[in-house]
Design a binder for this molecule. Structure first.
Ligand code: UD1
Ligand code: CA
Length: 473
């Protein structure tokens, strides 16, 4: 690639986004867990931009931090101290270009639906044309709010007119400007200083570069599907765009062999990986860097964040897993809560109302009902009875409970950590385990039961009489 073919992107993200009515800068509002601005930035990188300069202003610090975390050094920021319009913002990005002589992609930070496919098509189209500037255009029955594309009698693009500057004839134009441009860096440098604030909003409009390009070789317009080009200006558009993204992601997974029962009500974040033949039921949320292996079944209402679900594992309805690893063939839930640091081996069963945290569970072990397993190391083929609690916290420190292979914990037992139950050992129901149980030992720690024959009816009589006496008073 010669220097003149290289690509740098400028993403404008300094505006406050007044219509969002938010203390958060508009471009930081998340769509499927990712800040809005990360979508156009990612699309630019995927389309071949060597680097991206993001122009920041409102909330510059948070925006810069979010970009740095996600993209590292490929994305840098330039400050627009005062928001004087999109033309001013683009000019603020100029210093970061040094003597760059290739093509610039200029995008807006709220273009959440933009694809690298659209960008590649536009770049090819612009490079094939004679002029210094290419842009996408879209058509809608009603383009209110957007800048309109003005063409001459031959159909050549002459300029863009902002909504607030449109005559009534111009306002009737249905072809609008989505705000996706590719511009020769040399032309950009020559022209960006020529913009004026001579318009209804008193701002420097980036869109005025189009009129300058029209007389400097021509503008290459590429018509594109409006559904990929809408920006976000207010909360209802935010939700609408997020929904569009959600469907786009679900369709891609379905195409790759995943059943998504109800894509309208399933949220899968962009970085999630799902193998073919997994089944995702309605109302599921898969977040962060979650990976779902083949044949896994995620039943209704599960929320899985930054977790790995093994092959053929089943998450029964309304289970929540965060930063956890679930082994192949495991069965979780319904209503299970796997907290960070949970690592479940093959074929483990974690049943309803069981909470785990920072606990390893070996192959084939089971905790089927009502338990808290925190800071545990559980071996293979261990059975944890209903109502078992790992008492892991003394108010100051967390301690570990170890259950060795083949041990059996009777229902309603408390294990006061640090404590170990040895291989094949047996803890009797209702035991409070306060000291280690050796291999193969039986631990029982509860008061011995006595049966007093015939005393039930006498007790009942006494209680009844006492109640009657109290009622008379
Ligand atoms: C802009 C276009 C309009 C187009 C529409 C598409 C201009 C003048 N108008 O209008 O033709 O149809 O987008 O959505 O460009 N920004 C800054 N600094 C500023 C002003 C804005 O960085 O001083 C950033 C914003 O953060 C935002 C982007 O530029 O990400 C677009 O700004 P916005 O105010 O949404 O532009 P529109 O009025 O929608
Ligand atoms: Ca906008």
């Amino acid at each position: 690639m010669s220097g003149r073919d290289e690509l740098i992107a400028i993403v404008l993200a300094a505006g406050q986004g007044t219509r969002m009515k938010s203390k958060l800068p508009k471009v930081m509002h998340p769509l499927l867990g990712q800040p809005m601005v990360s979508y156009p930035v990612q699309a630019a990188l995927d389309a071949g931009a060597q680097r991206v300069v993001c122009v920041v202003g409102h909330g510059a610090e948070v925006v810069t931090k979010a970009l740095h975390e996600r993209f590292g050094t490929r994305v840098t920021t330039a400050l627009q101290p005062e928001q004087r319009g999109t033309g001013d913002a683009a000019r603020c990005g100029q210093a970061a270009l040094a003597d760059f002589d290739g093509w610039l992609l200029i995008l807006y930070g709220d273009s959440a639906l933009l694809t690298s496919h659209a960008l590649r098509a536009l770049i090819a189209h612009a490079k094939a044309g004679p002029g210094p500037l290419g842009l996408l255009t879209a058509t809608l029955p009603d383009a209110t709010g957007y800048g309109r594309i003005l063409r001459d009698a031959q159909g050549k693009i002459m300029r863009i007119r902002e909504q607030k500057d449109c005559s009534s004839d111009e306002a009737a134009i249905r072809e609008w400007n989505p705000g996706v441009y590719v511009i020769r860096a040399s032309f950009f440098r020559e022209s960006i200083g020529k913009l004026t604030t001579n318009n209804a909003q008193g701002e420097l409009y980036l869109t005025d570069l189009v009129a300058l390009a029209a007389v400097a070789g021509g503008v290459a317009g590429l018509a594109w599907d409006a559904a990929e080009l809408h920006g976000v200006n207010d909360r209802s558009e935010l939700v609408q765009r997020e929904h569009d993204l959600q469907l786009r992601i679900a369709r891609a997974h379905m195409k790759a062999g995943v059943t998504i029962r109800d894509p309208e009500r399933t949220r899968i974040e962009p970085a999630v990986v799902i193998e073919a033949d997994a089944v995702i039921e309605a109302g599921v949320e898969l977040r962060g860097k979650t990976r779902i292996a083949a044949d896994a079944h995620i039943d209704v209402g599960c929320v899985v964040t930054d977790s790995v679900v093994g092959q053929g594992a089943k998450l029964l309805p309304h289970s929540v897993a965060t930063e956890s690893v679930i082994g192949a063939g495991a069965r979780i839930g319904p209503f299970a809560h796997l907290r960070p640091g949970t690592e479940l081996g093959k074929d483990v069963h974690i049943g309803n109302f069981v909470e785990t945290k920072k606990t390893r569970v070996g192959q084939g072990s089971k905790a089927n009902h009502l338990a808290y397993l925190g800071d545990g190391v559980i071996g293979q083929d261990v059975n944890v009875g209903a109502g078992t609690i790992f008492c892991n916290y003394d108010g100051f420190n967390k301690h570990t409970t170890v259950l060795d292979d083949g041990s059996f914990i009777g229902s309603d037992s408390q294990l006061v950590a640090p404590v170990r139950v040895g291989k094949g050992a047996y803890v009797g129901t209702g035991t409070t385990v306060t000291m280690d149980v050796p291999d193969d030992a039986l631990a029982i720690g509860r008061a011995r039961q006595v049966n007093k024959l015939g005393l039930a009816s006498r007790l009942r009589g006494r209680l009844q009489a006492a109640k009657a006496a109290a009622n008379k008073k």
